[in-house]
Design a protein around this ligand. Structure first.
Ligand code: ZN
Length: 269
């Protein structure tokens, strides 16, 4: 086989699974319970459960240096998975901005469960992303809406999660998303539980099932959806960083600059 083709085939998709990693470390009865489901944290569980030949998966947490995503690491990431809940406000604005810009250049972003209120997701959606919720352990039935979409390949038309946290409409999202899955809850609510977006060159998938006190990331259909979403979100190429100033015009400018005698450079610092 041609060496170049072989090296491309061997090139693994670089995944970072980011987790705020707070609930799983709590020193109380609830923390003890959560650790029976995710003893090493949701991020390590997902890294293990999603492991595959074509993926190079690493994990990152809020407690790591540079909140787990220093620029050189983010710039080497193809698809970022994001689980956050109670520590959204601790994520630095500058990091959220870097993530958003990386998505615009082509990185895939998979936002999990309560990540709907995370800074990167809200920054990319431009909407408040509020929803209704209830935590009583009710049943959730997930329906595939986008039949044939790569994210739901191998997933049955519907499947049941015996216990789930209810996330319900209205969900403040922009109108350009594609509904991949819709969920129905025992208590009567419905929710757009799987939503796909394009921002710049990057693809975003939001998937709501994944509350920390239920073994939802042990469910085979949920894992199939996340694995499919990773491949779907993988960039074919990363668009080069843009340079925004354009001091040299491509056509001659004949109009006299009325401020030619003033130094306006300070306005652009
Ligand atoms: Zn939750």
């Amino acid at each position: 086989m041609d060496k170049k083709i072989k090296s491309q085939m061997d090139k693994k998709i670089k995944i970072v699974i980011w987790n705020e990693f707070v609930h799983e470390r709590e020193n109380n009865a609830l923390g003890d319970y959560i650790r029976t489901i995710y003893p090493d944290g949701i991020h390590r569980h997902l890294a293990h459960a999603l492991a595959a030949q074509d993926l190079q998966i690493t994990t990152a947490t809020l407690q790591d240096e540079a909140q787990g995503l220093p620029p050189e690491r983010l710039d080497d990431t193809d698809v970022l998975l994001w689980w956050g809940h109670c520590a959204h406000d601790q994520v630095e604005d500058a990091l959220a901005e870097r993530i958003a810009l990386r998505v615009f250049r082509g990185m895939g972003l998979i936002v999990l469960h309560s990540g709907h209120l995370s800074k990167p997701f809200r920054r990319l959606m431009g909407t408040p992303c509020r929803l209704r919720w209830r935590e009583v352990g009710e049943k959730e039935r997930v329906w595939v809406c986008a039949t044939g979409h790569p994210i739901v390949q191998g997933v049955p038309e519907s499947f049941v999660l015996p216990h789930s946290e209810m996330y319900g409409e209205p969900f403040d999202l922009p109108g350009d998303g594609q509904v991949i899955t819709m969920s129905w809850y025992e208590g009567g609510n419905v929710f757009r539980s799987g939503m796909a977006f394009q921002r710049g060159a990057g693809r975003i998938f939001y998937f709501s099932p994944g509350h920390e006190t239920y073994p939802i990331y042990h469910d085979s259909n949920v894992l199939t959806i996340l694995g499919n979403a990773i491949r779907w979100g993988t960039p074919t190429a990363i668009v080069p960083e843009r340079v925004t100033p354009s001091p040299v015009s491509v056509e001659p400018i004949h109009t006299a600059n009325p401020l030619a005698n003033l130094d306006t450079s300070a306005l652009h610092q």
